[in-house]
Ligand binder design. Structure first.
Ligand SMILES: *[C@@H]1O[C@H](CO)[C@@H](O)[C@H](O)[C@H]1NC(C)=O
Ligand SMILES: *[C@@H]1O[C@H](CO)[C@@H](O)[C@H](O)[C@H]1NC(C)=O
Ligand SMILES: *[C@@H]1O[C@H](CO)[C@@H](O)[C@H](O)[C@H]1NC(C)=O
Ligand SMILES: *[C@@H]1O[C@H](CO)[C@@H](O)[C@H](O)[C@H]1NC(C)=O
Ligand SMILES: *[C@@H]1O[C@H](CO)[C@@H](O)[C@H](O)[C@H]1NC(C)=O
Ligand SMILES: *[C@@H]1O[C@H](CO)[C@@H](O)[C@H](O)[C@H]1NC(C)=O
Length: 345
């Protein structure tokens, strides 16, 4: 065999690999290029944006002042679409950064403008409130979610059960600063399904709601837990009486616009609690003599209650506004379909 023959053979074999290498290189190069353009584009968009609301700046610091503690926080992001002067109800859904699929199920069902004319024309303004992402991967996913759906309020509060009370502070502060004219604020957790038209109609019924009241499921005569290791432990030094004042169940409550500034002002007279609903809707409501309206007939607490005997009608309309304890996206969708599927004459 001649040396130049083997050289030719080598080339014949090598050109395939060379081609593959070129294609691979081009693919990688193009993608890197695309990734680069994508990230510069998105940061450019952020710089030239006008603020979504005249009261908003990333640097504005809000303060939650209690008798024994004080916390400062900021709204890192707020939706561009804000309340309008026809907005009657602002709904803020308590969520956590990682709950992407749950938020999507809510967007697809009860928060979907296609399913409610009141959501569509901004009579109802809905957003989620979360704490800033704790890692880069989550951060970039949330950044994309913000660009796509524009329905996240992001605070720099630390995410923990013990600090839920601050998240509610942020909900009320947000209402005061960015949606002051709306008559009602609904605080709701992200494990609920809602029949939106029923909820909205209740806002114009005096027996169901008032701008001077809080509505929801009222708990009476609940005793504080005194076992130190329990999640809901209440030290005697914080609250010494045998029973809590009547308070409203945390997963869903409606607050009238007139009582919100009073509640925010009153916190400074009280030590910081862990149990968010007892504090905001019980302790403060009692001190400020805020009326409580019972929605126990209109709310379900468990999936097993989604049965015809509970899904009744009243005056030709479905009785139930919402159901709690929907574990995961599919349950939210099923719960929503059941609540809205009730046929009344
Ligand atoms: C916000 O604060 C940062 C850091 O303190 C500062 O660099 C920036 O100029 C401030 N922006 C505004 C609009 O005040
Ligand atoms: C609502 O706001 C628009 C635009 O700012 C204004 O033109 C209109 O008069 C307002 N309507 C009411 C009822 O206040
Ligand atoms: C509403 O319906 C339109 C038309 O079918 C659809 O393109 C859009 O994605 C829907 N919006 C939502 C939020 O589901
Ligand atoms: C993501 O990180 C950037 C930079 O630290 C921060 O400004 C932004 O608020 C974060 N976004 C979210 C949604 O956590
Ligand atoms: C700005 O916030 C203040 C309360 O801090 C509120 O009284 C005022 O109505 C808000 N302005 C707008 C345009 O919503
Ligand atoms: C808070 O305490 C001060 C001083 O004792 C009192 O004047 C004020 O009425 C209290 N406010 C509330 C809302 O409890």
């Amino acid at each position: 065999m001649h040396p130049s023959d083997s050289c030719m053979n080598l080339w014949r074999r090598l050109w395939k690999y060379l081609l593959i290498a070129v294609v691979l290189y081009a693919t990688v190069f193009l993608n890197i290029d695309r990734i680069r353009t994508f990230s510069t584009e998105s940061s450019l968009v952020q710089v030239i944006e006008t603020p979504p609301h005249p009261n908003w700046s990333q640097n504005t610091t809000y303060s939650a002042q209690f008798k024994d503690q004080r916390h400062s926080y900021q709204f890192v992001t707020i939706p561009k679409k804000q309340c309008s002067n026809n907005t009657k109800l602002q709904i803020t859904i308590l969520s956590t950064a990682g709950n992407f699929e749950i938020r999507q199920a809510i967007r697809d069902t009860w928060a979907n403008p296609n399913n409610s004319k009141h959501v569509e024309n901004n009579d109802i303004r809905i957003s989620f409130i979360i704490s800033a992402a704790q890692n880069e991967f989550l951060n970039s996913s949330i950044q994309k979610e913000i660009e796509k759906y524009d329905d996240l309020i992001v605070t720099d509060l630390y995410e923990s059960y013990e600090l839920l009370i601050l998240k509610v502070h942020a909900i009320l502060t947000y209402k005061q600063n960015f949606c002051e004219s709306a008559d009602f604020q609904l605080k709701i957790d992200d494990d609920m399904a809602v029949y939106m038209e029923g909820l909205y109609d209740s806002l114009s019924e005096k027996k169901q709601s008032s701008v001077d009241a809080i509505s929801g499921i009222i708990w009476r005569n609940s005793p504080p837990v005194r076992e130190k290791k329990h999640r809901w432990y209440v030290p005697m030094t914080l609250y010494s009486q045998k029973h809590f004042p009547p308070y409203i169940d945390g997963p869903i409550y409606l607050i009238g616009k007139n009582v919100i500034p009073k509640m925010l002002d009153a916190t400074k007279n009280y030590s910081q609690w862990i149990i968010e609903d007892v504090f905001w809707t019980g302790i403060l409501a009692k001190a400020l003599q805020i009326r409580q309206i019972n929605w126990a007939n209109h709310l379900l607490r468990y999936v097993i209650e989604l049965v015809p005997s509970r899904l009744k009608c009243l005056n030709g309309k479905p009785l139930i506004y919402a159901v709690h304890n929907m574990k995961g996206p599919q349950m939210i969708i099923d719960g929503y379909n059941k609540l809205t599927g009730v046929k009344c004459q």
